[in-house]
Structures are given as structure tokens and as C-alpha cells.
Design a protein around this ligand. Structure first.
Ligand SMILES: Cc1cc2nc3c(=O)[nH]c(=O)nc-3n(C[C@H](O)[C@H](O)[C@H](O)COP(=O)(O)OP(=O)(O)OC[C@H]3O[C@@H](n4cnc5c(N)ncnc54)[C@H](O)[C@@H]3O)c2cc1C
Length: 631
């Protein structure tokens, strides 16, 4: 029987989900022989999570909620293959090493450890692959793809490999170098801070570093320039964090459009897989609306999401007050309402004004008096962060406001049902990306609380400044030196020696540094996704994740998953969560079942043995199988 050849381009967490589904299906012995060629210059499995990066760079998801394996909640994705979650793997590693440093499933551990887990998962899958599923790993970048008859020829710097089927899981690629004039005179501008250690190695003590953004990447940059430079945090008897400088830190000045840092992740009280269950933004409600028309996120979706957030807030509030009657009366009546006016009326009836959940404050928490002066803003910001930390300590079930904000995370699939594959009107899609996504990131996708406590300690120690207020920006002086300038207080301006743009690039595939995506576009094997005139990013895929050609036809033997499809899909940059029918696993299952369906049909009708094409130097992954043969 002819051996079908499958290529997976990019073996990060997404590529692993595809490999996991292929191995799981092949272990049932229902499928004919396949040869899987994997391409990735990085250690297979790790993707952007380098196992050798510094230990102070943290995963911002608790270890118990991360897995690379499917389970019985994952729908329509094929058989379950048992494998450890990140936390289970860490615990086993601790036991082997005789340590207990990763014992908490609600702990945030290093991305280096996560990279090691992902690399282990890869070898585990290779070891479990049955004899009719051969795996070869090329530690090379695929530079281009071409079509010969129905097959693909993938070219690397070392040679070519042909494949019947290709899955693109290329993840976080770099943007093509900007054609801006060199900025070595005056301020040094760092467009992309990853890999952190190498990119900001040029920063010396005594320099002032401007950091654009107050998000997760900023937390990485700050950790590297403080703890990474030998500084230490410690917690005093009252629980307050302090920073002892090493003297090798620069001075840090962080600012952002909103002037606000992300809010801290609340202590996890939901275990591994408990999630808030939608009462308003239900999947069937969203699907019914979508069947009629394109949606307007602000009018159709946001009121339902807000209603669910209110529900979670008042559920926690009533529990906190130990008021079962309030809980029964208010919550039962809330679910029976069908308009926000009715819900507001209900809340007015039962909840005193000072305890009400207020959308306007959540969206724009800075009061007018905080903007009167720089010191007034500093005082307010500290209080704001300390208040947020107090709520984070209560937890994502017991703190009303954190319970409400966690709804956005728990109902992300319901949001996806509205947004994916051009579900919104063009105007609404633009609004979503410009307004809602930054807001969602601020309230629901923040760093571990320890990071925010550390930020305050760095402000106290005079190492960091974060009080530039909303709409602060960076301007270039005539000497080529950049200054961070407050939009509210003219006296707040700070010249910087280095300016770091602290965000992960979400550029269009048309601007990708790698020739692969640009080549697929120019050769007509792919086209940019557009919702009307709006290109939010990504290449177009259909609902089976088949790449859509320049001519508009889905290509039956080419699929793309994850970040290259961020545009037709929403929020693709998360790793699978245990026990919640995780989208990444469902999507991989869909691709693999479709692919195996093709193979089944081909192997029945065309049992032709075909010689291997010449291949570049390989690392034959199956060699690792023996290492784990007992698993
Ligand atoms: C710095 C950083 C920190 C993050 N932290 C978290 C976190 O804490 N929690 C979380 O849930 N998510 C986090 N993410 C989001 C991230 O998207 C996911 O964790 C996950 O890595 C996505 O997996 P992926 O396989 O799609 O992409 P990646 O991890 O980027 O992997 C893609 C792989 O494809 C390879 N590749 C690309 N092009 C080619 C080519 N032409 N040929 C061959 N190989 C190619 C790359 O070398 C890479 O190994 C983080 C992202 C970044 C950038």
C-alpha cells in the first residue's frame, strides 16, 4: 500500500496538537501507513518557549490548566490519547529530582520548564507512534512550497521533500525588518524584544529605558532588567514586597495608551477545568443570530457578555454577604430578563449603589480628579493596583469583580462563535480589534499577581516609573533622542537611551520576515483574509482550515492552524486547557480527521508505492522512541 506523506511545518504547541491527533488515530490501527515529516529549526515541540531561556520568565497560565493532550471533553476529534498535563509532568519531574518546587497546580512556573514539557511531549508522541506511522524531524525552516501535480514540494536550505498533505503551524514568526532609517544615533529603538536576553543585552546600568506598553511583554522586559540583572524581591512580615537592587539595573519608564497596566490574574479557585457556564451569551443564541446576519459586536454580543459578567459578579457578591435569599431572588430574576434595562432595574432594586458592578468604571477606571496632576495620578494608580491585588488574592470565584472578569476568559469560545470566519460586520470587526481586544487583555489576560506586586516594589525602589497617564507617547527630538511625554502633565517628560516596543508582533503574513508565507501569497497558494476592506491579519482558511487559494478555492491538501490564521479565527495564541473541550485540540482533530479521510480514499484507490524524494540531513525522531519505550 502506498505510504502517504504528511508534512507539518512548525512544531510548536500547535504542531504538537496535530502530531498528537495523528498518533492517537494511528494507534487505533484503522489507518494505512503514513510518513510524517516535521520541519522546525527549534527543538521539536517547544515553539516560542525556549527551554534555555531564563527561569524568571513565567507562563501566565496556572500549570494545572495547561495540557497538550485531548481528553473525553474534546468533541469530534478522534480517540483520546492519555498524556500528562503540564502540572502532572512537573510533579513527576520533581519526584525524579527529589524536589517539590512545582507542587502547586495553581502555580505559575517558568516558560523554560514549559519548553521542556513541550519537548518531552514531542518525544512521548514519537515513542507512542505505531510502526505504520513513521516520523522524521528536520531541524530546518521551510523556505518555500511548490505544487507538482497534486503533491507539494517543500524546500529548505538543504534540499527538498515532497508531501501529499501539508499542515502549516508556523506560529509567532518575525515581521520583516522595517525600512526605517537606522536609529543608532541618539536613542536605540528595539522593535522586537524577543529573545529577551539577547535583544536587550545592550542595556547598561545608568541608562534610561523607555518601555512602550504595560502588558505581558513589559513584565518580561522588566523581569530581565531587574531580577535578570541580579536584583532580588523579598516579602516582609506584613506581606509587602520589596526590591533590593544589584546596582546593575537601568532606570525603567513604562507607559501605554490607556496609562493602565493589565490587571493581575486572580488566585485560581476553579481547579483544572471548572468554567463559568453562560446564562446569556450561549452558543445556540450566538449561532442563531449568526444564521440570520453578520453581527455587530457592541450591539449584539457585548450586552450578553456583560449580562453574564453581572451574573458572575452578583453570584459572588451574594455569597460574600452570605445572603442566600439575595442570591436566589436576584440571580433567578436576572436570568429571566431579556434586556439590559430590565437587568439594571433588577440590580437597582436589590443592590446599594456603592456595591454595584459598573461597566463605565471597569472600562475607564481613571477618575477625573486623578488626572489633575502627576502626583494625584501616582497616588490613584497605586491605590488602583493595590485594590486589584486585594481582589486577586480573594480569587476568581470569591472576588465579585475577578469572577466577572474571568467570564471573558471562560466564554472565549462563545466569543469565537460570533467572531470567527468573518462573523462580524467590517466596521464592528475594526472596533473589536481597536477597542475590545485591549480592554479584554487588560481585565482578563493579565500577569500573575506577584508580577504586579513586584512592579509596585520597583516603583518604591525608584527603579521604575509608570505614572505617565493615558495617551502618553514617545517623541523624537532633533538630536535623534527619544522622550516619553505625558499627554496631561507637561513637566512629565523623560529622555530615554533605549526604547523597547514591548509587544509580540501581530503583523500581516504579507509583512512576514520568513519567505514561506510571502511566497505562498505571491504564488497564489494563499490569500490574505479580509472582512470587507478590513484585513485584521492572517491568511484565509475555510471552516475545515483548508487554506484558500488566491483564486478563492480551498486547497484540499493544505491546512493552516493557529497564528497564521489569526484574522479568520479569533485568539489563536493560547495553549490547550485541560478538560474544557479546548478549541486548539478540537481544531487539530478536525484537520487530522479530514486528512485521514483523504488518505483512506487515496489508499483504497491508488495503492502505488512511491520512492522517497532526496531529503536533507535529518534528525530521525524515531531514534528517541527507544528512550521512552516503556511509557
Ligand atoms: C514570548 C511569548 C510568551 C507567551 N506566553 C504564553 C503563556 O504564558 N501562556 C499561553 O497560553 N500562551 C503564551 N504565548 C502564546 C503562544 O502563542 C502559545 O503559547 C503557543 O506558543 C502557540 O503555539 P504555536 O505552535 O502556534 O506557535 P509557536 O510557539 O510560535 O511555534 C511555532 C513554531 O513554528 C516554527 N516555524 C515557523 N515558521 C517555520 C517555517 N517556515 N519552517 C519550519 N518551522 C517554522 C517556529 O520555529 C516555531 O517553533 C506566548 C507567546 C510568546 C511569543
Amino acid at each position: 500500500m502506498r505510504v502517504a506523506r504528511i508534512a507539518i511545518v512548525g512544531m510548536g504547541p500547535r504542531g504538537l496538537t496535530v502530531l498528537e491527533r495523528l498518533v492517537a488515530n494511528h494507534r487505533t490501527q484503522k489507518f494505512g501507513p503514513v510518513h510524517i515529516d516535521i520541519f522546525d529549526p527549534n527543538p521539536p515541540g517547544t515553539g516560542c518557549h525556549d527551554p534555555d531561556q531564563a527561569g524568571h520568565l513565567l507562563v501566565n497560565t496556572v500549570s494545572g490548566q495547561i495540557t497538550q493532550f485531548s481528553d473525553s471533553t474534546v468533541l469530534n476529534a478522534g480517540p483520546v490519547l492519555k498524556g500528562p498535563s503540564f502540572h502532572e509532568w512537573l510533579t513527576a519531574e520533581d519526584a525524579r529530582n527529589g524536589t517539590g518546587e512545582h507542587s502547586n497546580p495553581d502555580g505559575y512556573y517558568s516558560r523554560a520548564a514549559f519548553g521542556r514539557y513541550l519537548h518531552w511531549c514531542y518525544h512521548y508522541l514519537v515513542a507512542l507512534a505505531p510502526a505504520n506511522c513513521k516520523i522524521t524531524c528536520f531541524r530546518d525552516e521551510v523556505l518555500s512550497m511548490d505544487r507538482v501535480d497534486e503533491s507539494w514540494v517543500l524546500r529548505t536550505a538543504k534540499g527538498s521533500v515532497w508531501a501529499d498533505f501539508v499542515v502549516l503551524t508556523t506560529g509567532h514568526t518575525k515581521a520583516a525588518a522595517r525600512r526605517a532609517p537606522p536609529t543608532s544615533v541618539g536613542t536605540l529603538v528595539i522593535d522586537d524584544p524577543y529573545p529577551i536576553r539577547e535583544q536587550i543585552a545592550c542595556v547598561s546600568p545608568g541608562m534610561t529605558v523607555g518601555i512602550e506598553g504595560l502588558g505581558l511583554t513589559t513584565m518580561d522586559v522588566i523581569a530581565e532588567l531587574t531580577v535578570g540583572r541580579g536584583g532580588r524581591f523579598h516579602v516582609d512580615a506584613s506581606g509587602r514586597r520589596h526590591y533590593t537592587a544589584s546596582g546593575r539595573e537601568p532606570h525603567l519608564v513604562a507607559y501605554s495608551r490607556s496609562g493602565l497596566p493589565l490587571t493581575a490574574r486572580a488566585r485560581n479557585q476553579k481547579g483544572v477545568s471548572t468554567q463559568y457556564r453562560a446564562r446569556f451569551l450561549k452558543l445556540d443564541v450566538v449561532r442563531a443570530m449568526r444564521a440570520q446576519r453578520k453581527l455587530d459586536f457592541a450591539n449584539d454580543i457585548l450586552p450578553l457578555l456583560w449580562a453574564d459578567m453581572q451574573y458572575a459578579y452578583y453570584e459572588a457578591y451574594a455569597r460574600l454577604k452570605r445572603d442566600t435569599l439575595l442570591s436566589v431572588l436576584l440571580l433567578n430574576q436576572l436570568v429571566a430578563t431579556d434586556s439590559s434595562a430590565q437587568r439594571d432595574e433588577m440590580v437597582r432594586q436589590y443592590i446599594p449603589p456603592e456595591d454595584r458592578f459598573d461597566w463605565a468604571t471597569l472600562y475607564d477606571p481613571i477618575p477625573a480628579q486623578a488626572l489633575r496632576s502627576g502626583p494625584a495620578f501616582d497616588a490613584w494608580l497605586r491605590q488602583h493596583i493595590e485594590g486589584d491585588l486585594a481582589e486577586a488574592t480573594k480569587g476568581n470565584v470569591d472576588s465579585p469583580v475577578k469572577a466577572a472578569c474571568d467570564v471573558v476568559r471562560d466564554l472565549r469560545d462563545n466569543l469565537r462563535a460570533a467572531i470567527d470566519f468573518g462573523g462580524l460586520t467590517e466596521q464592528s470587526h475594526r472596533w473589536l480589534m481597536a477597542e475590545f481586544v485591549p480592554f479584554m487583555n487588560r481585565i482578563a489576560v493579565g500577569p500573575p499577581a506577584s508580577r504586579m506586586a513586584e512592579l509596585l516594589a520597583l516603583v518604591d525602589a525608584g527603579i521604575a516609573e509608570i505614572g505617565f497617564g493615558p495617551a502618553a507617547h514617545c517623541v523624537k527630538s532633533t538630536q535623534g533622542r527619544w522622550k516619553i511625554v505625558s499627554a496631561h502633565w507637561p513637566e512629565r517628560r523623560k529622555p530615554v537611551d533605549v526604547h523597547v516596543k514591548a509587544r509580540v508582533s501581530m503583523h500581516s503574513p504579507a509583512d512576514d520576515a520568513s519567505p514561506l508565507l510571502r511566497g505562498l501569497l505571491s504564488d497564489g497558494f494563499a490569500r490574505l483574509f479580509a472582512n470587507g476592506e478590513f484585513h485584521p491579519g492572517g491568511i484565509e482558511v475555510d471552516r475545515n482550515f483548508n487554506v484558500v487559494s488566491g483564486a478563492g478555492a480551498p486547497i484540499a491538501n493544505l491546512w493552516a492552524l493557529g497564528i497564521p490564521t489569526e484574522g479568520p479565527k479569533f485568539y489563536t495564541f493560547v495553549v490547550p486547557r485541560t478538560g474544557v473541550n479546548s478549541t486548539a485540540l478540537v481544531d487539530a482533530g478536525r484537520v487530522v480527521l479530514d486528512l485521514l479521510g483523504h488518505i483512506g480514499r487515496r489508499q483504497t484507490h491508488a495503492p502505488v508505492e512511491r520512492d522517497d524524494a532526496p531529503v536533507p540531513t535529518t534528525e530521525y525522531a524515531s531514534a528517541f522512541a527507544s528512550m521512552y519505550a516503556t511509557l
